[in-house]
Ligand binder design. Structure first.
Ligand code: FUB
Length: 308
């Protein structure tokens, strides 16, 4: 090869390397907390001195949503996580007609029992499983959906208020809520609707002091927005964007907890190198902070995540 051609080839190679390296940096916004499975839709439950993190599970070869079971991880410091494997799956519901559709769950404890609310898309509904331990085994006490209200019955979020009344919010494009009886497996009263700007899905309710916060996936690709209220029954006041689109994933699904006097914002992105994406997602965690007027500071997604 002529020296001039060698020079051109080397210049081309260097340009390619610089481009690839810059691209790789950009496509890894955060090192996910779990590197051994694709995990999405994080639903943490603080119980005693432990965070139990239930997640959806994207299959390794998924090219669209391919989700069959729900995984559990636990931590006592938000840095080190123990893998408990799959604690529930679509097979736990006799009435579910398919083997792909294990979407975003949430688990909540009441009187020593653990209730896992499991949405199945396409109008199949939201089922509930019950166990005596956060690790399961979970059983279906109803043998039918708890919610079968519309084609939008996904993404349940549950909060037991200080007076003991339990509430469930859920929905996709339309947000619904209903009171639950003390047994946690029946409705009390009628299903209500709430309208929030550009509500897509993934509602999550949390409470701090005397404020209720309703965060949700906003538009598509999904950012996270939130609203606040002095009552869990609303009216809700829209407060703006809480987080930007997270790297390399069209969906997001946030959750917010306080653990050992710190607040955390838990979400998913598609950042596992090479193979991560909108259908092979990974759970990440960053800190959440409040302003003096109780509104939320916009989340800063970091590449380090939680380190201490
Ligand atoms: O993981 C399946 C669906 O994608 C969830 O139910 C939504 O919140 C979105 O994350």
């Amino acid at each position: 090869m002529k020296p001039k051609n060698i020079y051109i080839a080397l210049t081309f190679l260097m340009t390619l390397l610089v481009f690839e390296s810059a691209h790789a940096q950009k496509s890894i916004p955060q090192r996910p907390i779990i590197q051994t499975s694709y995990t999405a839709d994080p639903a943490p439950m603080v119980y005693k001195d432990t965070v139990f993190l239930y997640t959806s599970h994207d299959e390794d070869d998924a090219m669209g949503f391919k989700m069959k079971d729900w995984l559990l991880y636990s931590s006592t410091d938000m840095v080190n996580w123990t893998d408990h494997g799959a604690v529930a799956s679509l097979d736990d519901f006799d009435w579910v007609p398919y083997d792909n559709g294990a979407w975003a769950v949430q688990c909540i404890e009441r009187n020593g029992k653990f209730y896992l609310y499991c949405p199945m898309p396409g109008g199949v509904g939201i089922g509930v499983l019950v166990a005596d331990s956060p690790y399961g085994p979970f059983k279906d006490p109803l043998g039918k959906p708890l919610v079968k209200n519309s084609n939008h019955d996904i993404d349940p979020t549950i909060l037991i208020d200080d007076d003991g009344q339990a509430y469930m919010y859920w929905g996709n494009t339309q947000l619904y809520w209903v009171k639950l009886k003390d047994n946690m497996i029946e409705f009390e009263g009628e299903i209500q609707t709430v309208d929030l700007p550009h509500f897509t899905e993934a509602p999550w309710i949390h409470k701090k002091d005397d404020w209720y916060y309703l965060s949700y996936a906003y538009k598509f690709p999904e950012k996270t927005a939130y609203a606040m209220s002095k009552s869990i029954e609303g009216p809700w006041e829209y407060k703006g964007i809480l987080n930007e689109v997270a790297g390399n994933s069209n969906t997001n699904h946030q959750s917010i907890i306080e653990f050992k006097d710190k607040w955390y914002f838990i979400y998913h992105n598609g950042s596992i190198p090479t193979h991560g994406g909108s259908f092979r997602r990974s759970v990440c965690i960053d800190r959440l902070y409040y302003n003096d007027d109780n509104t939320l500071k916009r989340v800063i997604m970091t590449s380090e995540g939680i380190q201490e």
